[in-house]
Design a protein around this ligand. Structure first.
Ligand code: EZ4
Ligand code: CO
Length: 403
């Protein structure tokens, strides 16, 4: 029997912070797992280094399901982003090892290809509507089949998802930036710029929009109804999802499709949404929802209810997650779409990935495993962790809102 001999927690900052788990088996095979939790990175690093790594040494790397159950049930303290990200990192690294030993890209072990590539959507954004429209034109020229559109609400500093100086990085300040938000102003403005996108570019591509948990259920219902004629691919996170039942009200009022799950970490947090048919796309992803093993379980449940996948794919999910999500997306029957935000240029110096983009779809090469190599020498050039936090949104009266 092979054993897990080494478990290393690797922290690097090639343009942004990433935490990576690398497991090495007694056969000398290595596996990678992403462990990045934006703004709370070191909590997961410690969970892995101090509490999980010592338990892994000597275990059989072949037993992926058993290790998942051991870490999830054995901790007694279940779920939550820190725990589930740590479990995900171990699970992903073990799948990487198994597929490397099999000499196959991971999707082969998951049942093989169901499709030629995974359709992605990049982000178009603008501080102004003309800037947004130019950005949509640029992305359509690049061959994307689906695009997310976000513009800054005039007069507010709190519009998530909008580029500053050519790039969007959600966590970009050493203390949380405090931003001003008005749902009323947003509700007045957003449907109008989305309409301008359709007016200028037509309906021959998928248009997506992220509401980023900013509305109440009744506001979200109104928003969804007001954009119905624009035929959005989805409205994302229309309201915070702690209260899964609140989506029923939105559902009763609009046929704009709904996507939820980027901040949810387990099947239990989407169970009610899925089994009550309250959403159309489930956005949980490998790194924050317990790895390949658990995410596949979520997608299998979703498939019974005609809910499709729509994995979160922001820049704070490392290229290891991107590759893992791509491998899973190639294999599952109910793939929907994959978010594709891209990375700062330095990131590719550390993570050498076989994931490629063609005609608006991602695909992997024939490398065994996930198809990602971690370059230690390059990582040494970006060794300093830089504390970075997501912003905080405040309503115009100064009270804290959902960011
Ligand atoms: O704000 O990943 O759809 N994508 C998003 C992201 C999230 C960040 C949080 O870390 O909403 O940009
Ligand atoms: Co989002």
């Amino acid at each position: 029997m092979a054993t897990i001999e080494r478990a290393e927690v690797l922290i690097c900052c090639p343009g942004r912070n990433f935490v990576t788990l690398r497991l090495t088996s007694s056969d000398g095979v290595t596996g990678l797992g992403d462990a990045t939790l934006n703004g709370r990175e070191l909590a997961v690093a410690s969970y892995l280094r101090d509490h999980v790594a010592p338990l892994l040494i000597g275990r059989d790397p072949d037993r992926i399901e058993d290790t998942w159950q051991y870490l999830y049930k054995g901790a007694y303290w279940r779920r939550g982003p820190v725990t589930m990200t740590a479990v995900a990192a171990v699970d992903t690294a073990l799948w990487d090892i198994k597929a490397k030993l099999a000499g196959m890209p991971l999707h082969q072990l998951l049942g093989g290809r169901s499709r030629d590539g995974v359709m992605v959507y990049p982000h178009a954004s603008g501080q102004t509507v003309p800037e947004l429209l130019d950005d949509v034109a640029r992305l359509l020229d690049l061959g994307y089949q689906a695009i997310r559109a976000q513009a800054a609400v005039p007069g507010l500093t709190g519009s998530y998802g909008v580029k500053k100086n050519g790039r969007y990085e959600p966590a970009d300040s050493a203390r949380p930036e405090e931003q001003a938000w008005s749902s009323e102003a947003y509700l007045d403005f957003a449907p109008r710029y989305l309409e301008q996108v359709r007016q200028r570019f037509g309906f021959d591509f998928h248009l997506l929009h992220d509401v980023h948990h900013r509305l109440t259920p009744i506001q979200a219902a109104r928003f969804g109804r007001s954009v119905e004629q624009l035929r959005l691919f989805w409205m994302e996170d229309p309201t915070p999802a702690e209260d899964q039942e609140s989506f029923r009200l939105i559902r009763q009022h609009t046929c704009t499709p709904i996507a939820v799950g980027e901040a949810l970490t387990s099947i239990w947090e989407v169970q009610h949404l899925i089994t009550n048919r309250l959403i159309d796309y489930v956005r949980c992803t490998v790194v924050h929802a317990g790895g390949i093993t658990h995410l596949r379980r979520i997608f299998d449940l979703a498939d019974l209810y005609q809910v499709r996948s729509g994995c979160h794919g922001a820049s704070d999910l490392s290229p290891v997650t991107q590759a893992a999500a791509c491998q899973l997306g190639l294999a599952i029957p109910n793939f929907g779409i994959q978010e594709h935000m891209g990375y700062p240029p330095q990131t590719a110096e550390v993570f050498h990935s076989g994931v490629q983009l063609k005609d608006g779809c991602l695909d992997v090469d024939d490398s065994p495993g996930l198809g990602v190599e971690y370059d230690d020498q390059a990582a040494a050039r970006f060794a300093d962790f830089e504390p970075k936090y997501l912003p905080v949104a405040r309503r115009l009266d100064g009270s804290v809102h959902d960011w």
